[in-house]
Write a protein that binds this ligand. Structure first.
Ligand SMILES: [Zn+2]
Length: 273
């Protein structure tokens, strides 16, 4: 595991004290598993419960305007987006760290079966390696966001020219693979935002996208944990973070196969941020 970024000082520097109060948990500098040999706490987890053994909490009532004051999160001007406008019953599913030849097709099949559209935050290097998957994501009606070219351990520590290169190169790689489609959203790996990252993001015409519901599925915490986190923390306006790359994503797929239909059937509408 990499050392956690100084999240508190970063947020305070961004004037995000209120944001910090609402986020609940700190995040690692890196939230994916796409570094060979890297290990995470969930890697040694025991066998997963079967679908029938899962306890699935009921969905929070998706009544327009019932997001609980966005959990106290204040979105800073020019800062990353944590929530959708909460006046409706909209929520967003975001899927990071692909495209991945093993799990992106499975994710696409699940979403197609449920007729749910998501935003795939892609690593530029992986997009360049799997242009067919990039096209399949677009063909599925999904959006693609820029998630850097190399998924650096902590982009907030990089110099401006390196940040610029990470973002610009990823947009170019995605555009080349996608036949001209260019992302309009950027998600910093690990949520490692800094004034420099935000500045470079803006200068390249991208809108910074964060999240508000994070089951830390990348750490393979168990299907039950992912399910419970999604069902209890999702309110109108939520942006849910999941992964289709960076390691074994079977827990993610199983959990989404349970939670997405419940949320949809409860009346939530999946939109793109
Ligand atoms: Zn990532």
């Amino acid at each position: 595991m990499s050392a956690p970024i100084p999240r508190r000082s970063l947020l305070l520097a961004l004037g995000g004290a209120a944001l910090l109060a609402g986020c609940g948990t700190d995040r690692p500098a890196w939230h994916g598993g796409d570094i060979p040999g890297d290990s995470h706490p969930g890697d040694s987890a025991g066998p997963e419960p079967t679908g029938s053994a899962l306890v699935v909490p009921p969905a929070n009532p998706p009544t327009a305007g019932t997001c609980p004051a966005n959990h106290g999160v204040v979105q800073q001007p020019g800062g990353p987006q944590h929530y959708l406008p909460c006046h409706g019953t909209d929520i967003a599913l975001t899927v990071d760290d692909g495209p991945d030849p093993a799990y992106t097709p499975k994710m696409l099949a699940l979403l197609a079966r449920l007729q749910i559209r998501a935003t795939f935050c892609m690593i530029g290097r992986s997009a360049a390696a799997h242009p067919d998957l990039v096209k399949r994501v677009l063909d599925g009606g999904h959006h693609i966001a820029n998630h850097t070219y190399d998924h650096p351990l902590n982009i907030a520590k990089l110099a401006a020219n390196a940040v610029h290169a990470e973002i610009a190169r990823a947009s170019d790689a995605i555009s080349t693979a996608a036949g001209g489609y260019r992302p309009t959203l950027f998600r910093a790996p690990g949520g490692a935002w800094s004034p420099t990252v935000l500045q470079q993001c803006g200068s390249l015409g991208l809108r910074p996208l964060d999240w508000s519901v994070d089951p830390r599925d990348w750490s393979r915490p168990g299907v039950q944990h992912i399910v419970t986190t999604i069902m209890t923390q999702t309110h109108p306006g939520a942006i849910i973070l999941e992964h289709d790359g960076g390691g074994n994503r079977e827990q993610t797929l199983t959990a989404l196969g349970v939670t997405l239909p419940k949320l949809r059937d409860a009346g939530y509408t999946f939109v793109q941020p």
